[in-house]
Every structure is written in structure tokens, then in C-alpha cells.
Design a protein around this ligand. Structure first.
Ligand code: ADP
Ligand code: ASP
Ligand code: MG
Length: 406
């Protein structure tokens, strides 16, 4: 008898028929004698809609209340999924994140899992039930409801698979697995039978929302091998696992485009020791994640000043601007400029380590397309550039063709 964790994303539980489809799939595994833990997301569009309503009332809503609000999305689907299993005469019980023993820190809207004590999950499984756990949510030690960041149901599934020592972890979504690029944008994207944790981590962190990046980080840390596959067919998916030697032979595994970034530029910041520390400490204290940072060289020798630009997630732009404005008189920069019309285009591959010339080829391809590069950042296995959002998809297709076209 195997213990299987199966996660179904928003589209896969998007209406009652889709939920019945999930129940039928779960029933198939159960019929083989397996124990099944199901993790579900909110129905597609529900979380976005809840956020929209809150922001209509107040632009920067209280984060504890946002968690209280957003957790309701997943709570609807766990009950509906349990009901769909009951309709097939299968004993099933739904559980909130708290009931499943998911304990988090108290950073509302992007809490980290501290530990999982899945006692009730084990009890219910042993009593013959399918257990359906609400994704994306947990509870602090003090009993406050938290959520795990957008796409966080992936993390719930991976973390539960680790805590339960599951034999199999399957992430069901609306595509057949991980592709060389988002198949909705790049029509020639190819299906990947396997991908390493590090490559998946980079792609996910750089805009390939097929997996939440924190969930991949967790899987790597605890060695959870998982499969990404479609809930709409039985095609083989993508296995995400530790890097193997054969993976080095491929220079670029995938291309991603993150449209969810915004650039903030502080104009004429005094060029003195401690200023950057001051700015980024204030941003970190507000729990805002900064990605790329660029500082220009200062010119005027008498009163040196410099422009500092950095990127944050778009939903955090308003909060960031508020933090920065509060520093204005103390630090003495002249202006803050926000730009939401940017895209971050990236190429990822472990083979990049041993193949020179990759950056040059990417930049040349962008030049041929007439795409200007605003910022650049690299790591051992990725190159990212900030470009004009309007040219993002065109640039993505061109770069994909250059590296991964036939
Ligand atoms: P779920 O609701 O199941 O969690 P998501 O919408 O979060 O699903 O993620 C699936 C989507 O990710 C796909 O529909 C696809 O458009 C997008 N995606 C982006 N990059 C990739 C990629 N490299 N491979 C596959 N899908 C990708
Ligand atoms: N419902 C949450 C979201 O839309 C979590 C998830 O779908 O994984 O971000
Ligand atoms: Mg998702």
C-alpha cells in the first residue's frame, strides 16, 4: 500500500464537473489500495477576486485580514471535493491547514512553514478516509490563520509529502507538465520529461508559475521527488528531481518571462557609505522582497549622488513606495520613479556552467529584435534581463527560438 499526495490547482477544481473529475481520479488510486491525501487550491479566479474586492475597499489592506479572507477560497474547495468523493461512496474528510497540523511563522500573506504535525491526517487515513487538505494556508502557534504566498498550495503538497514520508507526490495542473517555456506564450515550447530542482527553482522564481518557487526549494531541501502532470488527461508529466550527469549536456533548459515585477528608481541619492543599507533595511523590515538592484556611478565630485534602481513584485509596489517616501527627508534623494511596464526575461540551464558565450547569444538575439536591456543579473545557471513589458512575449519567443528551436 502506497501513500500518495495529490495536489489539484485552481483550474482543476474550477467548477463542480472538474471537482467530480478530481474525485474520479482519486477513486482510481484508492481502488488500487493506496492511501490518498489530496491538497486543493481555491477555484480558479477566486483568490484574485477576493484580493480585488479587498483593494476596492482599501488599497493596502491589513495583512492579517487578507489571510482570513484568502483562506476561505481553499476552504470552499476542500468541502466540495469531500462531497464529490462521498457521492462516489468513498469515505473522505476535509481539513483546514491548521487541522492538518501546518504551523507557520507570523508573516501574514507569505508565511513560512515551521513544522507539520499531521497527527489528525494519519488518524483519518488509518480510519480509511481520503484526507483533503486546504492548500495555501496554515496557522501560527498563537492560532492566527496565515497564507503561504501566491501559488502556495504547491508548498502545502510538497511539505505534506515530506512530513508524511509519502511514496509519491503528484502536482496536477492544466498543462501536461513543465515545458521549455510557458506553452501559452511560446507555441513551439517543448515538454520536458525531467528537470533538476535547481533549474525548476530558477524557472519558478523567474516567472514560470507552473510551480511556486518556495515549494521547489522545500522539495530540494527534503529530497521530495515530484511529478507535474495534467488533471485533464493521462499523459506522462515532468519529474522534478536532483540533477543527474546527463542534464549537464543541455545548455538551456528553459526560458521564462516574469510580468509581475515593477522597477523603483530613487533619483539623486547621496553617494555616501550606509545609504544603501538604510534604504534596503527599511524595505526588508516591511517584509518586501527585493530582486535586482542597480546603482549608477556618481559623477559630480563635489556633491556625489547616484540613482539606485531595484525591482519588487508588482503587488508590493504601493507598500514599497510608502516605505521609500518615509525615508525621503532623512536620506535626501530628489525623486522616486515607479515603472510597472517592465518584464524580466530569463534563460536557465545547469549546462550554462560549462558553456561560454550564452550571454552574448542572448543579448545579440534581443538586439536583432530591437529590444533594449534595462538591467542584467546572472547566476551560475541563469541570465535575466529587464526589458520593456510590451516587447516581453516577442523577446521570449525569439530567445526560445535561438536556444531551443529545432
Ligand atoms: P495551478 O492552478 O494548477 O496551480 P498555475 O496556473 O499556477 O496552475 O500554473 C500552470 C500554468 O503555468 C500553465 O497554465 C502555464 O500557462 C504556466 N506556465 C508558465 N511557465 C510554464 C512552463 N515552463 N511549463 C508549463 N507551464 C508553464
Ligand atoms: N489560491 C492560491 C492562489 O491563487 C494558492 C494556489 O492556488 O496555490 O495563489
Ligand atoms: Mg499554481
Amino acid at each position: 500500500m502506497a501513500l500518495i499526495v495529490q495536489k489539484f490547482g485552481g483550474t482543476s477544481v474550477g467548477n463542480p464537473d472538474r471537482i467530480k473529475n478530481v474525485a474520479r481520479r482519486v477513486a482510481k488510486y484508492r481502488a488500487k489500495g493506496d492511501q490518498v491525501v489530496v491538497v486543493v487550491s481555491a477555484m480558479s479566479g477566486v483568490t484574485d477576486n477576493l484580493i480585488k474586492m479587498a483593494k476596492e475597499i482599501m488599497p493596502i489592506p491589513n495583512e492579517r485580514e487578507m489571510d482570513m479572507l484568502l483562506a476561505t477560497g481553499e476552504q470552499t474547495t476542500i468541502a466540495l471535493t469531500a462531497i464529490a468523493l462521498h457521492a462516489l461512496d468513498i469515505p473522505a474528510t476535509s481539513m483546514t491547514g491548521a487541522q492538518a497540523g501546518i504551523v507557520t511563522d507570523d508573516v501574514h500573506t507569505k508565511a513560512k512553514i515551521k513544522n507539520i504535525s499531521p497527527k489528525l491526517v494519519h488518524e483519518m487515513l488509518d480510519a480509511g478516509n481520503v484526507v483533503i487538505v486546504a492548500g495555501f494556508q496554515g496557522q501560527t502557534i498563537a492560532g492566527q490563520i496565515t497564507t503561504l504566498g501566491r501559488g502556495g498550495s504547491d508548498l502545502t503538497a510538497i511539505a505534506l509529502a515530506a512530513a508524511l514520508k509519502a511514496d509519491l507526490c503528484q502536482i496536477y495542473t492544466d498543462v501536461d507538465g513543465v515545458y521549455t517555456a510557458d506553452p501559452r506564450i511560446v507555441k513551439t515550447a517543448r515538454h520536458l520529461p525531467e528537470i533538476s530542482y535547481d533549474e525548476m527553482l530558477e524557472l519558478a522564481g523567474l516567472g514560470a508559475k507552473v510551480m511556486q518557487s518556495r515549494s521547489v526549494e522545500f522539495a530540494k531541501k527534503f529530497g521530495v521527488v515530484f511529478e507535474v502532470r495534467s488533471s485533464l488527461n493521462d499523459n506522462p508529466g515532468t519529474i522534478v528531481k536532483e540533477e543527474t550527469l546527463s542534464m549537464e549536456g543541455v545548455v538551456i533548459r528553459g526560458v521564462s518571462l516574469d510580468k509581475n515585477q515593477a522597477k523603483v528608481t530613487l533619483v539623486a541619492v547621496p553617494d555616501q557609505p550606509g545609504v544603501a543599507g538604510h534604504i534596503f533595511k527599511a524595505i526588508a523590515d516591511a517584509n518586501i522582497n527585493v530582486d535586482m538592484i542597480v546603482q549608477n556611478i556618481s559623477h559630480k565630485a563635489d556633491k556625489p549622488s547616484t540613482d539606485i534602481s531595484f525591482t519588487v513584485d508588482k503587488p508590493e509596489l504601493l507598500k514599497t513606495q510608502k516605505v521609500i517616501e518615509a525615508l525621503k527627508t532623512k536620506i535626501g534623494f530628489s525623486d522616486v520613479i515607479a515603472d510597472e511596464k517592465i518584464g524580466k526575461l530569463s534563460i536557465v540551464g545547469v549546462g550554462m556552467r560549462s558553456h561560454p558565450g550564452v550571454a552574448a547569444k542572448m543579448f545579440e538575439t534581443l538586439a536583432t529584435e530591437g529590444v533594449n536591456i534595462g538591467m542584467i543579473s546572472t547566476s551560475e545557471i541563469k541570465i535575466s534581463v529587464i526589458i520593456d513589458l510590451a516587447k516581453g512575449e516577442q523577446a521570449m519567443c525569439a530567445v526560445h527560438e535561438a536556444f531551443l528551436g529545432k
